[in-house]
Design a protein around this ligand. Structure first.
Ligand code: ZN
Length: 256
């Protein structure tokens, strides 16, 4: 399929940039425009954008939606049931909504939507031929954030399993390079979460009861913005472990 990855600099993004994608040429789908950017303008020359969609509503994936919607007159899509959150994120009213199985026509072929919640509740992927645009479901190096209040770790692991079973040939992530070993990457990300579960269970067993104490025991981060993310991640692990009956968690105190 004719898919172009355009890394656009975004100061707040995990890798310092967010990948926008364009699928097709005469009738193209633009996914995740992070800002009104010259890098994107160059890539869009000689292409006709007919559709605009995002994988999820975080600002590093939505910042350019309104500008490109106004400039191209494209059909703007949002996930079914999430239009108001989409509008709050983009300042743009969606024309149509999609859900799992919806297809978006492009000159390179139909692109199929698949709901992949976890990193964010409205998170979706886009299946294009034997490849998939995965947003912040997967990344080549390191791991993606699954932190409260947006993140749901059980939903995330479920989406990751589904992705592993679909086994596309290539993954196009929201940040960083294209992933050419999708199944191995899913396995690595899954194992990373399992390891973190075990570290948190050990910390609680050793007497850490609060998010702050557990974060101190499990992470070695001092930076304040990373600290907030680490604490949100610990919270989403605690919620999962409590549902599984592996510890008790009342929202403030964890006990083994
Ligand atoms: Zn995100």
């Amino acid at each position: 399929m004719d898919i172009v990855r355009i890394p656009v600099p975004v100061a707040s993004a995990p890798t310092g940039s967010t990948n926008a994608y364009v699928i097709g040429a005469e009738e193209a789908l633009l996914v995740d425009p992070p800002s009104d950017s010259s890098a994107l303008d160059v890539a869009l020359e000689r292409r006709t954008i007919s559709h605009i969609a995002v994988t999820h509503h975080h600002p590093d994936h939505t910042g350019g939606v309104r500008a490109y919607a106004e400039r191209t007159g494209a059909t703007v899509w949002a996930r079914y049931g999430r239009s108001s959150s989409f509008e709050a994120a983009t300042d743009c009213t969606p024309d149509r909504t999609f859900r799992s199985g919806t297809t978006i026509p492009t000159s390179a072929g139909a692109v199929r939507v698949i709901e992949t919640p976890g990193h964010a509740p409205e998170h979706c992927g886009f299946i294009a031929g034997s490849t998939m645009l995965v947003g912040d479901l997967a990344i080549q190096h390191g791991s993606v954030a699954v932190a409260t209040p947006d993140g749901d770790l059980r939903a995330y692991l479920c989406s990751l399993r589904r992705l592993g079973l679909l086994a596309p040939e290539l993954l196009y992530p929201g940040h960083g390079p294209t992933i050419d070993a999708p199944v191995e990457t899913c396995h690595r990300l899954y194992t990373h979460r399992r390891d973190r579960d075990q570290q948190i269970l050990s910390a609680v067993a050793a007497g850490a009861t609060t998010v702050e104490a557990i974060t101190d025991a499990v992470y070695d981060t001092e930076a304040l913005e990373l600290r907030a993310l680490a604490e949100g991640t610990v919270r989403s692990h605690l919620q999962k472990l409590a549902v599984e009956g592996q510890l008790s968690w009342d929202g403030a105190v964890a006990t083994a």
